[in-house]
Design a protein around this ligand. Structure first.
Ligand code: NAD
Length: 520
């Protein structure tokens, strides 16, 4: 077991707040692939968060004064730092999630590497003053500007499945916008955040502009009480609580929540590609991705062939402790209660008549693993088709046609991502447009998440707001409308005293402008 000081760059700093590091009363961080405790972090609690908030607010004005260029320089240095330290970051992610080295490299290092550069470059464009033109006749000749300014202190609360991508994917634009940030990582996976915070400090991020509030749910709840805006990623259940507090405090909340992403395979699809995508995007990260393919609807003529192909590919996957690149395809179940959910969903399906084609069992031995599993003969009476499983399971359902597939795909409280496979891309797109999902990929899956120019957010119970794109950084700002009158007369025409002649003239003007049944 590594010493706390080795694992936790913030150790000394955090110890000041509650003095529990090393005392055995903190939160143990387990390697889910081995069961070993790799570090202990403090549970900061409400008092610790309150102190952090004071320091964060004191540090913010200087950071804002760095300007876009100054802040971008820090982010670009951080991008290089991440690449220089990629091995160490991957090891840390793997040690606390039990995911494979490939999952850590591709979906975490690859994402964050891109994100640092993207926000450094595009942040200033998205947040630049916008000169506005107006159809309002009374402001002709005036200067109209939409301006974005940082809200001040942003709280980011993250889940355990992507400790780098999910948490820092949101911290980076919040910082680029000129805010200070307090990040509350999941208590299951706090080490990556502490390491990244150390890296950002090395890259010149001023003290207290980014602080890591390690702790359990109560620490997250306390954070919502102190910040000017909350960015939450996690379950719909917790997201609802966060939204309630945000509503009471009248602060904006952006919520990225759970999903039950459907995949639709039409009879004319490239079945080999569809089967590869179904296999990869249901099993990648051991199925613990908010936008994993969680259920598949296949048109009847190609159902048997599709099931055969997917089952063969899933059967070939190696599951177990990641020992380095290329060692296994499917890693550990990171969060202990998740294993119970997976087992429950499979048992429920079997009890209601589903058949396990491959997998279906917890892997015995040290660490927490579940066999890559394919289920057939499933329907919407089963949890595996209606509730988020978040594991390496793939239920496949036969449908008579595309309309039935769309109806079933939309028969869900969630609406995060979706995918449609068809060689007729126009038809595929038309079906994608009928899906109640924040993103829909045709002949692809999940890839929209990597496109930082496109908004990523959920419909229905999958969330409120979005990350990425212009909205993904503007949400960390307040908007200010600036109107500057240059040509200033002593008074305007419509002012006191009211005179019938002026009112008649204005009535004529409005009629001319708005009363002709034409576009102005
Ligand atoms: P969770 O809701 O249990 O926890 C998320 C975070 O909230 C943790 O840091 C937790 O400590 C904190 N928390 C717990 N109670 C809180 C409270 N009362 N107030 C404030 N914070 C509190 O979720 P999880 O199990 O860590 O993550 C898995 C879930 O996240 C899945 O549902 C998954 O789909 C979702 N997720 C969504 C996205 C997305 O972009 N939409 C991305 C990743 C994960």
């Amino acid at each position: 077991m590594a010493t706390v000081e080795q694992q936790l760059p913030d150790g000394a700093e955090l110890r000041k707040h509650n003095g529990i590091i090393g005392a055995g009363e903190g939160i143990p961080v387990e390697n889910p692939a081995t069961g070993e405790i790799v570090a202990t972090v403090p549970d900061l609690g409400a008092e610790g968060v309150a102190e952090m908030a004071v320091r964060a607010r004191a540090a913010q004005p200087e950071w804002e004064a760095y300007g876009f260029d100054g802040r971008a320089r820090v982010l670009i240095r951080a991008q290089k730092w991440l690449m220089d330290n990629a091995e160490r970051v991957v090891e840390t992610i793997v040690s606390e999630t039990g995911k494979t080295y490939e999952d850590a490299q591709l979906a975490e290092i690859g994402y964050a590497g891109n994100a640092f550069g993207f926000w450094a470059k595009e942040g200033p464009n998205y947040l630049a003053d916008e000169s506005v033109k107006s159809s309002q006749v009374l402001v002709k000749g005036k200067k109209l500007v939409l301006r974005f300014r940082p809200l001040g202190l942003i709280g980011v609360i993250g889940p355990w499945n992507y400790p780098l991508t999910n948490s820092f994917g949101d911290c980076i634009p919040a910082l680029m916008a000129g805010n200070s940030v307090i990040l509350k990582p999941s208590e299951i996976t706090p080490l990556t955040s502490l390491l990244l915070a150390e890296g950002l400090r090395e890259c010149g991020l001023p003290e207290n502009v980014l602080q890591i509030a390690t702790g359990r749910g109560a620490t997250g709840a306390a954070l919502v009480e102190h910040v000017d805006m909350i960015m939450f990623t996690g379950s719909t259940k917790t997201g609802t609580k966060v939204a309630e507090t945000a509503a009471r405090r009248l602060i904006p909340a952006s919520l990225e929540l759970g999903g039950k992403d459907p995949m639709i395979v039409l009879a004319d699809a490239d079945l080999e590609r569809a089967a590869n995508f179904a296999t990869y995007y249901s099993m990648q990260n051991a199925g613990q991705t908010c936008i994993s393919i969680e259920r598949v609807y296949v048109e009847e003529p190609v159902y048997d062939e599709f099931v055969a192909k997917v089952s063969e590919k899933v059967r070939a996957l190696r599951v177990g402790k990641p020992e380095g690149f290329g060692s296994v395809e499917v890693g550990a179940i990171t969060f202990p209660p998740q294993l119970e959910t997976i087992k429950d969903h499979v048992a429920d399906a079997v009890q209601r008549g589903a058949r396990v084609v491959t997998g279906g069992q917890e892997v015995a031995g040290a660490g927490r693993f579940y066999e890559p599993t394919v289920l057939v003969d499933v329907d919407h009476s089963m949890k595996c088709m209606t509730e988020e499983t978040f594991g390496p399971t793939l239920p496949i359902m036969k449908v008579s046609d595309a309309d039935e597939a769309v109806r079933l795909a939309n028969d869900s409280p969630y609406g995060l991502g979706a995918s449609v496979f068809s060689k007729d891309t126009a038809r595929g797109e038309a079906i994608a447009r009928r899906l109640e999902a924040g993103a829909a990929n045709v002949n692809d899956a999940m890839i929209n998440y990597t496109v930082l120019e496109l908004p990523m957010g959920g419909a229905k119970a999958s969330g409120l707001g979005s990350r990425h794109g212009a909205g993904g950084i503007r949400k960390y700002c307040s908007q200010q409308a600036i109107v500057v009158t240059k040509l200033a007369m002593k008074k305007e025409l419509f002012m006191y005293p009211y005179k019938p002649r002026t009112s008649k003239m204005l009535a004529g003007l409005f009629k001319f402008m708005y009363g002709r049944g034409k576009r102005a």
